[in-house]
Design a protein around this ligand. Structure first.
Ligand SMILES: *Cc1c(COP(=O)(O)O)cnc(C)c1O
Length: 415
């Protein structure tokens, strides 16, 4: 038998190691559409329980919005289920072109190319635009999909300390002799919800003649006055050469991603980006629904405004309740607990109170920085947020951490 006892034992031991390290990921089964209110079967086999979801990337509350679902139905009816092709053979419909045009307009770029996911966009783009004689200068905390994309590219890799502009400048000086340089960053970093210093980055890029790529997956649709993303938030619309982003978060949350930016770069991606050339086209049903999402958010800023209000309300009340939260403006709100077990225990207790949140610890975040990451949505009503705050307060009292500073929590619970 090809699957030997030796191989089997090896994999089983790996799995056991993951469990012993406390990093085994247990999936919870949701028995309802994705929304603020969901029905969850957890632990597996137990009867479903109604909880409020505070850990989805459903920032605009559009994942199960009736108009979006209806547009998906229409797409299915009018353009079918699958295209059975990649884009360049016979997988491009009029609605693909239309969605790419809407994304270009929304993001304020020159052109856009769809990918099956943002992971694929990042896997494809670097290898297309950079080569051996070029340099990639990336923030140390960029998303895993960027790390993978850069691995697939022959350009030299440099890292700068997270959001450290002096260090970035050092790297820009160091790479003066390269043909092209590209500064690479997430628009919003997913564990802290902090925003890249795009104004400074663009200024440095101008000074040292480098391109800028921003992965705006945690921002597209709601950051900035009209929701265009971190480039709008930071006042650098039109200055980002390449934006990669996802439709799997705020933009309906199904799937799909894109590379949007300079026309020649997008054109070249159509010719050479491997995940675009060799993976199936985004299905019509997704394209139709995402297109509706762009119509909705282009017409009114109501949803991103509500998200902002919800976020401000939650951040203020949680701070007043005595929680140690990472400051910021993003709907990702990290409740800092430092100790991994404390984060896990509190998340479990909150779940029993009807609030679905997840504790994050090493290796997802640095050692000694365990936390519960809350994500606010425009789909939350004020009453949902108030319930979350009161559940947090109750559980915070139970663990006696309210009003405590970092050192005090660590003193009490260790690291
Ligand atoms: C979620 C995320 C991705 C992956 O997006 P998919 O479309 O789900 O592949 C890529 N980059 C960042 C920064 C993300 O947060």
């Amino acid at each position: 038998m090809a699957y030997s006892e030796k191989a089997k034992l090896h994999y089983a031991t790996e799995l056991k190691g993951i469990k012993e390290a406390g990093t085994f990921k247990e999936e919870r089964f949701i028995e309802s559409p994705q929304a603020a209110n969901i029905k969850v079967e957890f632990p597996a086999g137990s009867p479903p329980k109604e909880v409020l979801n505070f850990c989805a990337n459903n920032y605009l509350g559009l994942s199960s919005h009736p108009e979006v679902v209806s547009a998906a139905h229409d797409g299915l009816k009018e353009r079918g289920y699958g295209m059975s092709s990649v884009r360049f053979i016979c997988g491009t419909q009029d609605i693909h072109r239309e969605l790419e045009e809407k994304l270009t307009k929304f993001l304020g770029t020159e052109d856009t190319i769809l990918f099956p996911s943002c992971m694929d966009a990042n896997a494809g783009v670097f290898d297309v635009v950079l080569d051996k004689e070029d340099a990639m200068i990336a923030d140390r905390l960029v998303h895993a999909s960027i790390v993978d994309g850069m691995r697939l590219c022959k350009a030299q890799l440099f890292n700068y300390k997270h959001s450290n502009m002096d260090h970035l400048e050092e790297k820009l000086k160091e790479t003066q002799d390269c043909r092209f340089r590209m500064v690479i960053t997430d628009g919003v970093f997913s564990m802290d919800g902090d925003i890249a210093k795009l104004k400074e980055i663009c200024d440095l890029a101008d000074k040292y003649d480098a391109m800028v790529l921003v992965d705006d997956s945690h921002a597209t649709g709601f950051m900035g006055k009209t929701g265009r993303g971190t480039h709008e938030h930071c006042g650098v619309l039109g200055r980002i050469d390449v934006i990669t982003t996802t439709m799997g978060k705020a933009l309906g949350g199904a799937s799909g991603g894109c590379v949007s930016g300079r026309k020649e770069i997008v054109d070249l991606c159509r010719q050479r980006a491997r995940p675009y050339l060799f993976s199936n086209t985004v299905p019509p049903v997704i394209v139709a629904a995402a297109s509706k999402v762009l119509d909705i958010i282009s017409k009114t800023t109501d949803r991103r405004d509500k998200l902002e209000e919800n976020t401000v309300f939650f951040r203020e009340k949680m701070t007043a309740a005595g929680f140690d939260i990472r400051e910021g403006v993003h709907p990702i709100v990290p409740i800092m607990l430092y100790n991994a077990k404390l984060a896990q225990d509190m998340a479990r207790d909150l779940y029993n109170e009807g609030i679905y949140v997840i504790g994050f610890s090493f290796p997802v975040v640095p050692k000694g920085q365990a936390r519960i990451r809350v994500q606010i949505s425009a789909g939350h009503d004020r009453e949902h947020i108030e319930r979350a705050i009161s559940a947090f307060t109750k559980i915070g009292e139970k663990y006696k951490i309210l009003g405590m500073k970092k050192n005090e929590i660590i003193e009490m619970y260790g690291l």
